[in-house]
Design a protein around this ligand. Structure first.
Ligand code: F6R
Length: 608
């Protein structure tokens, strides 16, 4: 949450900061600000609202000239999204400005101490203590002061600091919050996300926790918190800026939905070689996998639903029990796991605080951990014993789409990989399953092509204020994700229900005109689903049926239909989610919602 960016070089810094913030806006968008060193003096502009409000303020004031500065886009935690609480925060003497992503847990004590020392606070944020500490500890050596401040902070912080006495220097510090340094020719950058840097440079350094980076136009020096110099490798970002732009689509979400066939191909193709799953990236040995008697999947939100979808396939193929659990609940549940438990954590961003906490808990109890992550070198990717990258490319829309489907695809691959090692499938079955998995990208494209009428369905049903998704087994897993997609971007209440459960209470909510989206792709349970569809129809519900292509029985029973291409039931729920994503998108559009930046949300939830 929150996006931070900084620059020092020879160019006018203001457009660089505003550009960077636009790229980071998906991380938080309730207020924003920039600070620039202009002729030895700090200038600050902040605004509540989106980055566009900040840009307007900047345009309507005297030009902010300078070549060093920092910027921030906020997702409010401590204090309302007002101009005053927006970052950057400035020291009382006007010498320092800072931006911060994370939470300072001991800020109440620090604030008290600083007030006693005579500092004045202008905001309600936890962050403001940092800038006053900086003023307090500064004796002419900028880096030494930042280092001293870091030693006083508890919590998480990606921090960017500037000082008017050092107009060519930016200092960034990382502790449990992402921070990436961009190394250009005669210029250096920092940002909380590589998307803000990639149009300027593809050479990046991923800072680790407990590291400080001093940047000048001529280069960077990195130190640990003990002040020792560290050498770190410069990595190359493999994707282009176009990957993080809308490319002609109205919204990132629609672009990312349409990108799924390609993203899935990238996630799958290179991992199937000579009729086997090849997971070069992991060091789990066959001997270890043979000892595993339980798999626990930990994640939040859609990533958790990816785990729910993967559970069915892993259990079906390996016969090892799989428990998908919410990361936010797991750590407080006194979990029963040991070295024979394989813990799989799933996270698109790799920075979700609840998932990080659950991962740490699992490791501390002795479980072996495997992460399925999209963002390279993110906290979860580094913390877990092993990582499989989903390779979905940058996902900008707050509502995940390609992030989710690539997670599910990786779980399918893992299911076959483990079943093979455990000897649960013979080579003919393995080859058959893998050839099905290889078809996933084209099946997903077909799921898009088959459903060009979804905008029409959305225009028919967008006024519903409350609806149900029902399904059984893998259909139920798809219901969970379909319902979340709709809720988060269209603000329409919906519930995902295991179809057999409806009659145990919730059916009281079915009334004439209520929309029920019935998922019935799991053909072995088709007759049961048909009964459930009839039950809600008998009570006046309108039913939108989702079933395999050519299933005429369902379309005879329902008011409208969505088709899903036919392929192996073990892998079907992935393709089933695609039309649900598209439906959510067009319903949100009909309702005039801000699809890429839904209210109250942010990409990458770095607070517990
Ligand atoms: C929903 C959505 C969220 C995330 C959840 C976990 O569309 O995007 O529910 O899935 O916040 O995020 P990651 O995967 O980054 O850990």
């Amino acid at each position: 949450m929150c996006g931070i960016v900084g620059y020092t070089g020879n160019e006018n810094v203001t457009p660089i900061l505003l550009n960077g913030l636009k790229k980071l806006e998906y991380r938080g968008y309730d207020s924003a600000g920039i600070a620039v060193i202009n002729e030895g003096k700090l200038e600050l502009v902040k605004s509540s609202g989106m980055i566009s409000a900040l840009c307007e303020k900047v345009e309507n004031r005297p030009a902010m000239k300078g070549t060093t500065g920092i910027g921030h886009t906020r997702w409010a935690t401590h204090g309302a999204p007002t101009d005053q609480n927006a970052h950057p925060h400035m020291s009382n003497d006007g010498r320092f400005a800072i931006v911060h992503n994370g939470i300072i847990e001991n800020y109440v004590d620090l604030r008290e101490e600083l007030i006693q020392c005579g500092f004045t606070f202008l905001s309600e944020t936890d962050t403001e203590v940092i800038v006053h500490l900086l003023e307090m500890y500064y004796k002419g050596n900028f880096r030494a002061a930042v280092m001293k401040v870091a030693s006083r902070l508890e919590g998480s912080y990606g921090l960017g600091c500037i000082c008017s006495d050092h107009p060519d220097t930016v200092i960034a510090v990382k502790e449990a919050s992402p921070l990436i340094i961009g190394v250009g020719a005669g210029e250096t950058f920092f940002a909380s996300d590589v998307t803000a840097l990639v149009s300027y440079t593809k050479n990046v350094i991923y800072l680790d926790d407990g590291e400080l980076c001093e940047m000048t136009p001529s280069g960077v020096s990195i130190y640990d918190f003990a002040g020792r110099r560290i050498e770190k490798p410069v990595s190359r970002v493999v994707w282009d800026i176009e990957a993080a732009e809308k490319g002609g689509y109205d919204h990132f979400m629609l672009k990312e939905i349409m990108e799924q066939p390609r993203a899935l191909k990238t996630a799958i193709d290179h991992r199937i070689k000579d009729g086997r799953v090849v997971l070069d990236d992991i060091s789990l040995t066959p001997d270890y996998l043979k000892t595993v008697n339980k798999i626990v999947i930990l994640a939040c939100g859609s990533a958790y639903y990816a785990g729910c979808a993967g559970k069915y396939t892993i259990e079906a193929l390996t016969r090892v029990p799989v428990f998908a659990e919410l990361a936010s609940e797991f750590r407080y549940s006194n979990p029963i796991i040991d070295e024979k438990t394989l813990v799989i954590v799933i996270s698109q961003s790799g920075e979700t605080a609840d998932t990080i906490a659950a991962l740490k808990e699992a490791k501390s109890i002795g479980a072996r951990t495997l992460a399925i992550v999209n963002v390279v070198a993110s906290t979860i990717a580094k913390l877990a014993d092993d990582v499989i990258y989903t390779r979905a490319g940058p996902e900008i829309a707050v509502a995940t789409t390609k992030g989710y489907t690539t997670q599910v695809a990786v779980l399918y691959l893992f299911a076959v990989y483990m079943a093979d090692i455990l000897g649960k499938i013979d080579s003919a079955e393995r080859m058959r399953l893998l050839s099905e998995i290889e078809k996933i990208p084209s099946m997903v494209q077909r799921a898009i092509d088959l459903n060009r009428h979804i905008p029409y369905l959305a225009s028919k049903y967008y006024k519903n204020t409350s609806l149900f998704f029902i399904g059984r087994n893998t259909d139920y897993a798809a219901c969970l994700e379909g319902s979340l997609k709709l809720k988060e971007i269209s603000y329409i209440h919906s519930e995902a229900y295991a179809a057999g459960e409806l009659k145990h209470g919730t059916i009281t909510l079915i009334e004439p005109g209520r929309l029920v989206i019935a998922l019935a792709c799991c053909e072995r349970l088709f007759d049961k689903m048909l009964s459930n569809i009839k039950e809600v129809k008998a009570r006046g519900a309108k039913v939108l049926g989702v079933a395999l292509e050519g299933n005429l029985r369902i379309f005879a029973e329902t008011d409208d239909g969505i088709s899903v291409p036919r392929f192996d039931p073990l892998f079907c729920s992935l393709a089933e989610v695609i039309p649900l994503q598209i439906f959510a998108y067009y319903v949100a559009k009909e309702n005039g919602c801000d699809i890429d930046k839904p209210k109250n949300l942010a990409k990458s939830v770095t607070v517990e």
